[in-house]
Design a protein around this ligand. Structure first.
Ligand code: UT7
Length: 329
């Protein structure tokens, strides 16, 4: 990274209270706990209440991140909310959050890069600080995927959940903070994963959808799986190389939590042990842009990162998109 050093000053997470277990899903679609656990590693996921939207989850996670950072909301120069399930298209979820937090000096925008959205948000936030444009930036991943999930489709409804994670970024001392970022996209793979298709300018109403297309999240699971396994390895290697490091330097990898088999494949290729990888997909399932900040917040809560550690974040998802970051904690 060019410019002044930028680090993470505080992390926070919020997951809704309601738990949807594999046993609950057995009552809803033709599936079973054994299939879900062996194919995905997921045991349960959180579901937002009817009153909770993305900004509500984002608010709870952000409050905690600001408290942990010891930064008042008025010191934020920018708020970025990465989400594929915004409250509404306009105003942005980031603007709704800005008002609720009382972050009156902050610019605010939403960012759309599906499951890679949080790392895209970090790269934006960190570069704004490195350049001197802002001092403190709040980056949030917040999703209410239950609103775009079809609970009659066993291929998808077992995978997704709701939640939010947030970090406060700010200037840090020399020798600490972000070392490298790598972002990428391959729009030719866009049809492999879709969600929230209704309400935009292409298909304003459900009746506008072409035959065979649903308003819910849909993916070609096998193709996305292959892409994910490939990108997890190559992205981790290349973002580490940009930082002048190798896989042997990793103290903690915080990967996107989509499927335990994808994480295990990456661990094998990168020769990482369980204590070098943050895993919570069993408790939350896939929460798109929120998985990495929630996992990072839990790693901090559990004391799994200490000053000077090399931490690697890697995400991949719809678009297709991917994003990686390396930092010295
Ligand atoms: O965050 C965004 C990125 N998304 C991902 O990373 C997702 C990547 N893909 C995956 O994680 C996996 O492909 C899935 C978990 C989605 C699916 O696992 P799979 O091992 O690829 O299973 P499959 O789709 O190939 O299905 C195997 C069988 C099928 O039956 P047949 O056709 O072999 O008779 C499915 O109908 O399993 C069946 N099946 C189920 N059975 C019980 C599919 N879903 C279920 C289910 N319960 N919930």
């Amino acid at each position: 990274m060019i410019g002044r050093p930028v680090g993470v000053h505080g992390t926070g997470k919020y997951v809704p209270e309601r738990i949807l277990t594999n046993q609950d899903l057995e009552q809803m679609v033709e599936t079973n706990d054994e299939w879900i656990v062996t194919r995905t590693g997921i045991k349960e996921r959180r579901i937002a209440s009817e009153q909770e939207a993305a900004s509500d989850l984002a608010y709870e996670a952000s409050r905690i991140a600001l408290e942990n950072a010891g930064i008042g909301p008025e010191r934020l120069g920018l708020i970025i909310v990465s989400t594929m399930t915004p409250d509404v298209a306009c105003p942005s979820t980031a603007c709704i959050l800005q008002e609720r937090l009382g972050a009156k000096n902050a610019a605010a925008f939403d960012l759309s890069a599906a499951c890679s959205g949080f790392v895209y948000g970090l790269a934006n936030g960190a570069n704004f600080i490195a350049s001197g444009m802002y001092d403190y930036v709040l980056v949030v991943g917040s999703e209410v995927l239950s609103r775009v999930t079809d609970y009659t489709d066993r291929n998808t409804c077992i995978l997704f959940g709701d939640g939010a994670g947030a970090v406060v970024l700010g200037p840090t001392e020399e020798g600490r903070g972000f070392l490298s970022f790598e972002l990428g996209a391959d729009g030719s793979g866009g049809s492999l994963l879709r969600g929230g298709c209704v309400g935009g300018s292409r298909y304003p109403k459900e009746s506008d959808l072409p035959e065979g297309m649903t308003p819910h999240i849909w993916q070609n699971g096998r193709e996305v799986f292959k892409f994910a396994v490939r990108i997890m390895e190559t992205l981790t290697e290349s973002v580490l190389a940009k930082a002048g490091k190798t896989k042997r330097d990793i103290d903690l990898l915080v990967p996107h939590q989509a499927n335990i088999r994808i994480i295990h494949a990456a661990m094998e290729k990168l020769e990482l042990s369980e204590d070098q990888v943050m895993i919570n997909v069993d408790r939350y399932g896939n929460i798109s842009a929120a998985t990495i900040p929630i996992a990072l917040a839990e790693a901090v809560e559990e004391g799994r990162v200490k000053k000077g550690d090399t931490v690697v974040l890697v995400g991949f998802g719809g678009g297709l998109t991917w994003g990686g970051a390396v930092l010295t904690w």
